[in-house]
Design a protein around this ligand. Structure first.
Ligand code: ATP
Ligand code: MG
Length: 336
C-alpha cells in the first residue's frame, strides 16, 4: 500500500486550474487518512469555484487511484480562509521616499532572480493608483476565485502576481480612491488572496511614506524592507525618511539598492555616472544596512520592459543582487 509520503508527493501532479500551482503548492491539502485500501483526502475549497472543485476531485482520484494498493479514493472539502492557508517564508516590501526611482523594477527583478534560483515567489502590487507590475510582466488574465477567496495569476516564468489592475473591468481605469478604501483593499490582498506556500513574497509599494505603505507594514508580517534610490540630490533625505518609517513600524531594513547608478558604454568600456557620483556607500551607512546592488541604467532593460519580456533579462549584476538579498535575509534571521 502506498505510504502517506507517496500520496502527498502524487498530489504535486494535481494542478489547480487558473493558477497552475499544485494542491501542495497552494497548501490546499488539509487531511489525509489511510485505512486498509482506502484513502480519504480533505481539501480546502478556498478560492475554488464549483467547476474547479469537481475537476480537482476527478483528477485527484485518478492520480491517487493509480498508486499501488489503493482501491478507493474519497475526496472531501472543508472551508478555510486564505490567510489561514498562506505560508510565506519571507515577505519583503520594496519602498522609496520618492516616485519613479525604479521600485517596481527592483521588486520585479528580485522576484525573477529568486525564481530562477528555484524558489516559489510572488509579487503583490500594492500600488493601487499606479500599478505597473502586470504591465511589466505582460499579465492581463483575470484572477479566478470564489466567494471565499481569489487566486493570483501566474507569470510566464511561474511567479504569482496579484494587482488591482487584474481586478479592474478595464486595465486603463483610473483608481481614484480615498485612504480608507485603499487600506481595505491592501488588507484584502493579504486576507483574501490564496498565495499558498511561497518562499518569497515581494511587495511593490507606491511612492512615498503615506497611507498605503503604512497599511502594508501594519497588515503583512513583513520580514524587512528594501529601499531604492538613485544618485541624485536630496537622496539622503529621501532615504532617511524611508528608514525612519521602517524603524517606526519596527521593520528591519534589509538593504538599499542604488538604481540608475551609471550607464555602461561597452564600445568604450566606460561607466558614465549620469546622475552624479554613486551614493551607495553613504546610503548604506545612513540606513545601517548593506548596499544590495547598484543597477546601471540599462537600455536593454527598458527595451525588455516595453516588450513585456522582463523575465528574459539576465545580468551578472542582477544575480549578485539576488545573492546579497538572500544573505541579508539570512543575517537578519540569525541576528539577536
Ligand atoms: N536601471 C534601469 N534601466 C533602464 N530603465 C529603467 C531602470 N530603472 C527604471 N527604469 C525605467 O524607468 C521607469 C520607472 O521605473 P519604475 O516604474 O520601476 O519606478 P517606480 O519607482 O516603481 O515608479 P513609481 O513611483 O511610479 O511607482 C520604468 O519605465 C522603467 O522601465
Ligand atoms: Mg512603481
Amino acid at each position: 500500500m502506498a505510504t502517506e509520503k507517496q500520496i502527498r508527493e502524487s498530489l504535486e501532479k494535481v494542478m489547480v486550474p487558473g493558477v497552475m500551482r499544485s494542491l501542495n503548492g497552494l497548501n490546499l491539502v488539509r487531511q489525509l487518512a489511510i485505512s486498509d485500501k482506502e484513502v480519504k483526502i480533505t481539501l480546502s475549497s478556498t478560492a475554488l469555484n464549483d467547476e474547479t472543485r469537481e475537476w480537482l476531485t476527478t483528477k485527484t482520484k485518478e492520480v491517487v487511484g493509480k498508486l499501488s494498493g489503493v482501491k478507493k479514493v474519497e475526496i472531501e472539502f472543508s472551508e478555510a480562509k486564505p490567510a489561514e492557508l498562506n505560508q510565506i517564508g519571507n515577505i519583503i516590501a520594496v519602498m522609496s521616499g520618492k516616485g519613479g526611482v525604479g521600485k517596481s523594477l527592483v521588486a520585479g527583478l528580485a522576484a525573477i532572480v529568486l525564481k530562477r534560483q528555484g524558489y516559489e515567489v510572488g509579487i503583490l502590487d500594492a500600488d493601487l493608483t499606479g500599478p505597473s507590475i502586470p504591465k511589466m510582466f505582460g499579465i492581463a488574465g483575470r484572477p479566478s476565485g470564489s466567494e471565499s477567496g481569489i487566486l493570483p495569476v501566474l507569470s510566464r516564468s511561474g511567479i504569482e502576481v496579484m494587482s488591482i489592475n487584474l481586478l479592474l473591468p478595464q486595465e486603463d481605469d483610473a483608481v481614484i480612491w480615498r485612504g480608507p478604501l485603499i487600506s481595505n483593499t491592501i488588507k484584502q490582498f493579504w486576507q483574501d488572496v490564496l498565495w499558498g506556500k511561497l518562499d518569497y513574497l515581494l511587495i511593490d509599494l507606491p511612492p512615498g511614506t503615506a497611507d498605503a505603505p503604512l497599511t502594508v507594514m501594519q497588515s503583512f508580517p513583513i520580514s524587512g524592507v528594501i529601499i531604492v534610490f538613485t544618485p541624485q540630490d536630496l537622496t539622503a533625505m529621501i532615504v532617511r525618511k524611508a528608514v525612519n518609517m521602517a524603524q517606526k513600524m519596527d521593520k528591519a531594513v534589509l538593504g538599499v539598492v542604488e538604481n540608475m547608478s551609471y550607464l555602461y558604454i561597452p564600445e568604450m568600456d566606460k561607466r558614465i555616472e549620469i546622475f552624479g557620483p554613486s551614493r551607495g556607500k553613504e546610503m548604506a551607512e545612513t540606513s545601517k544596512a548593506p548596499l544590495l546592488g547598484q543597477l546601471p541604467l540599462d537600455p536593454e532593460l527598458a527595451k525588455l520592459c516595453d516588450r513585456v519580456e522582463i523575465e528574459k533579462y539576465d545580468s551578472e549584476i542582477m544575480n549578485a543582487f539576488g545573492q546579497s538579498l538572500k544573505q541579508a535575509l539570512a543575517q537578519k534571521k540569525t541576528a539577536p
